[in-house]
Design a protein around this ligand. Structure first.
Ligand SMILES: [Zn+2]
Ligand SMILES: [Zn+2]
Length: 213
């Protein structure tokens, strides 16, 4: 099994977790033995989030998607954003706020759970009034946390440990863009995402009655 950042390997990861006896958990309660919390910070692409969400639904997995209200890359308030959020809910996933410090204003679109975007150490693990901070005590502990940031596992791809049931529980942070678009480096993957984005933008321009001849 090669640990490529592809949807095929993501599916294998979910299978490994099932084989290891894990159950898919959310942030509603602090994790206990056997819980696997699938966390997705959606930094760049709602399309990528939806593709990952569909795959998880096929595999019987529930995840928590953290969406931004202040992203420069997508607009959650647009019809496209609202329908992406509704689709994530429809697939049975949870939706939290991917917040930009210090603004953690939750509204009815979100469960009361916050993940800071690119947090500084000073507030990373601090409590957030009225919400769970995904990095607060009880939900976060370095030995039971893995992240794919910038297409690099800091402590290795967890599929083997999941299959072996080696984690008491795990919070697994993955960024959908990294898995959905092809590329063996973050630079390649980002360029593939931009190519796909260009096609999507051309369709949107046509829908907006822009003459593209
Ligand atoms: Zn792997
Ligand atoms: Zn982020």
């Amino acid at each position: 099994m090669s640990c490529a950042f592809t949807l095929d390997h993501y599916r294998e990861l979910l299978g490994a977790a099932r084989a290891g006896g894990y159950r898919f958990a959310t942030f509603e309660a602090p994790p206990g033995r056997g819980d696997l919390i699938l966390r997705h910070d959606v930094d760049l692409s709602l399309d990528a989030a939806l593709r990952m969400a569909e795959l998880e639904a096929e595999e019987g997995a529930t995840a928590t998607y953290f969406l931004m209200t202040e992203s420069v890359f997508y607009n959650l308030a647009s019809p496209e954003g609202a329908s992406a959020l509704a689709r994530l809910r429809g697939l049975g996933h949870r939706v939290g706020l991917h917040a930009v410090y210090p603004d953690a204003a939750l509204d009815e679109r979100f469960d009361p759970v916050v993940a800071w975007h690119n947090p500084d150490p000073e507030y990373m693990t601090a409590a957030v009034p009225g919400a769970v901070n995904v990095m607060q005590d009880g939900w976060f502990d370095p030995p039971t946390y893995r992240s794919d940031s910038n297409q690099r596992w800091r402590f290795g791809c967890p599929h083997e440990e999941l299959r072996a049931g080696a984690f008491p529980w795990l919070q697994l942070l993955t960024h959908p863009e990294i898995w959905v678009y092809p590329g063996s480096t973050m630079g390649q993957t980002m360029r593939a995402m931009l190519d796909a984005e260009r096609e999507r933008r051309l369709e949107q321009l046509a829908e907006d009655r822009i003459d593209l001849t």
